[in-house]
Design a protein around this ligand. Structure first.
Ligand code: DC
Length: 228
């Protein structure tokens, strides 16, 4: 790929951002950056130390000691390392989701992780997903997409994902967790989740994965003038 592609995808949890972005990255030969995984590392570190993740000062005090690294395999898979330990699986535990959401509300955490994310987009063609990529991290991204779906559709998908990993959670519980995180992520003072004015809206409530992927690829090809 000769062009430097920078694609920002934002949206609520469970909208399919990561699976769609990962597949699009493979399709267009660029890097997929999952920024939620970085916040999850901070959440996991705090949780392991028994720090109250809602306590801004306590979490801020932890930051200087954190060594968080994103490492990409040949196949483009992102692995997360915390202090040299591969925590890629641990950060996906349901209890870490809410810790990640809690720590992500703190200004100090967002400032700490900002440059790490911008550096990736400067050095590589990327499709980066998160909550504030188009609004704060990469406001000049050539393509911004706001990917969403109804809370029920997202809960249903998340439940199936968890089941595939052998984690059985009732639908109501998954839905409640999604609604709580939606509320937290979009009502926080720091970089709340919102659609950038120039973001293309992609609502996948009524589409399956392949249909959503086809729509996403169409948007990317059109914006960057890429051939089919
Ligand atoms: O995408 P995810 O569910 O893995 O993200 C975990 C949490 O991190 C989510 O609740 C919100 C937060 N987050 C954020 O505030 N900004 C980002 N760019 C990515 C994630």
């Amino acid at each position: 790929m000769d062009k430097h592609l920078v694609i920002a995808i934002d949206g609520p949890s469970g909208a399919g951002k990561s699976s769609l972005a990962r597949r699009a990255a493979a399709r267009f030969g660029i890097i997929y950056v999952d920024t939620g995984a970085i916040y999850r590392c901070v959440g996991l570190a705090a949780w392991r130390l028994g720090i109250d993740t809602k306590d801004a000062e306590a979490v801020a005090a932890l930051l200087p000691s954190l060594d968080i690294r994103m490492v990409y395999s040949e196949a483009g898979e992102q692995r997360m390392y915390l202090g040299g330990e591969d925590v890629s699986s641990d950060i996906r535990l349901p209890e870490i989701s809410i810790c990640a959401s809690n720590v992500s509300a703190h200004a100090a955490v967002r400032a700490f992780l900002l440059e790490m994310q911008r550096k990736m987009a400067r050095e590589h063609s990327v499709i980066m997903d998160g909550r504030d990529i188009g609004t704060v991290v990469l406001p000049d991204a050539e393509l911004k997409i706001y990917l969403t779906a109804s809370a029920e559709a997202r809960a249903q998908r998340r439940m199936l994902e968890l089941q595939a990993k052998g984690i059985d959670s009732p639908f109501e519980e998954v839905l409640r967790d999604i609604e709580l995180r939606d509320w937290q992520d979009s009502h926080r003072a720091e970089a709340p989740l919102r659609r950038a004015d120039d973001a293309v809206l992609l609502d996948t409530t009524d589409y399956d994965f392949d249909e959503s992927f086809a729509l996403l690829c169409g948007i990317i090809r059109e914006r960057f003038g890429l051939a089919e």
